[in-house]
Write a protein that binds this ligand. Structure first.
Ligand SMILES: NC(=O)c1ccc[n+]([C@@H]2O[C@H](COP(=O)([O-])OP(=O)(O)OC[C@H]3O[C@@H](n4cnc5c(N)ncnc54)[C@H](OP(=O)(O)O)[C@@H]3O)[C@@H](O)[C@H]2O)c1
Length: 306
């Protein structure tokens, strides 16, 4: 099968190349998915799981990409709940070969059924961004209606979903980013926009939840804005700036069929939009990832009909 591989962490995105790899086979409780579309988070190449398996062994050449939408092609021994030919989408295991390929083997519990009226490209943009936003806001952040959320990087892949889900949940949403992102963030439903390079974060006032996708000074300044009992949720690693009276949590997104089902239902009924910047074929994907052009939203790679 055709697949994109990386072999050396030092090469970064420049080390991605399209090649031939053996088709994967389904282990116990797996399915093999015939991939129609895949999402990819460029920072994956900095994560140890791209390079090593769970036992710490070198797993190069490694296929990146962990968001998938496609059709079940084969079932592993003992797999239940999904059938061959079924449309599915979900989050592939970090430590196994990923989804920038024509086929991927994945535990069936990491997938959810994909309704026929949601296209594969849209679905491939949802698993990491959608689940990260969902888990950060509702599980770790314990968001309640009426609370104020500071959503950093609100025009980005995760931030766009955070902004929309928080607004729908009845929060007052302050989105941040670069000046050029203002209108996009307001269109996603933010009540206010803060240009991180021109406006003072201190002017925002106090907030109940900070959703941090940036870290560093932005995180430090944001921690100081939290109300007592507020929560700083970070997805960029351990928190440096612990809030005085609040909680701080960093987490890595987990597969969750139930949450994926709720997320896709919101896409179907128009409450939620995936943040897709560009859709490219597998043959053109390496060029798109290594392009220096600024992308608004996620690059989705398509392997066949979407
Ligand atoms: N822990 C987890 O489970 C998890 C899950 C998903 C993602 N992540 C991590 O979360 C981060 C964000 O992921 P993503 O996919 O949402 O990335 P993304 O699509 O690039 O979004 C980040 C957004 O923040 C903006 N931004 C970043 N630094 C900024 C700064 N200094 N000032 C103003 N705006 C800034 C970006 O603007 P520009 O594009 O102009 O820079 C972009 O709009 C990445 O580091 C990723 O690895 C973690």
């Amino acid at each position: 099968m055709k697949a994109i591989v990386v072999t050396d962490p030092a090469d970064g995105l420049a080390g991605m190349r399209l090649t031939e790899r053996p088709e994967p086979s389904a282990a116990i409780n797996d399915v093999v998915v015939r991939v129609h579309a895949s999402g990819f988070v460029p920072t994956e190449l900095d994560w140890p799981s791209t390079w090593r398996d769970r036992a710490g062994r070198d797993k190069t050449p490694s296929i990146p990409g962990h968001e998938v939408a496609g059709v079940v092609a084969a079932l592993g021994y003992g797999t239940t709940g999904l059938t061959v030919g079924q449309r599915v989408f979900g989050l592939a295991d970090w430590h196994r070969d990923g989804t920038l390929a024509e086929y991927v083997a994945i535990e069936s519990r990491n997938l959810a059924p994909l309704p026929g009226d949601v296209d594969f490209a849209t679905a491939a943009a949802l698993p990491i961004s959608g689940l990260t936003a969902w888990q950060g806001l509702f599980q770790h952040g314990r968001l309640e209606a009426g609370q104020t959320v500071l959503a950093h990087g609100a025009a980005g892949a995760v931030g766009a979903l955070v902004t929309q889900l928080a607004r729908e949940a009845g929060a007052y949403v302050i989105g941040t980013g670069r000046g050029a992102d203002r209108q996009q963030v307001l269109d996603l439903g933010a009540h206010e926009f803060v240009d991180l390079h021109r406006d003072a974060l201190t002017e925002v006032g106090s907030v109940d939840l900070v959703f941090d996708v940036i870290g560093g000074d932005v995180q430090r300044e944001s921690a100081a804005l939290l109300r007592p009992d507020g929560t700083l949720v970070s997805i960029v690693g351990p928190v440096d700036a612990r809030p005085v009276d609040g909680r701080a949590i960093d987490f890595v997104v987990e597969a969750d069929r139930g949450a994926l089902t709720q997320i896709v239902q919101r896409v179907r009924d128009g409450r939620l939009r995936a943040n897709i910047g560009e859709v490219v074929g597998l043959d053109d994907a390496v060029g798109a990832f290594t392009s220096t052009q600024r992308h608004h939203g996620k690059i989705v790679v398509t392997m066949r009909d979407v």
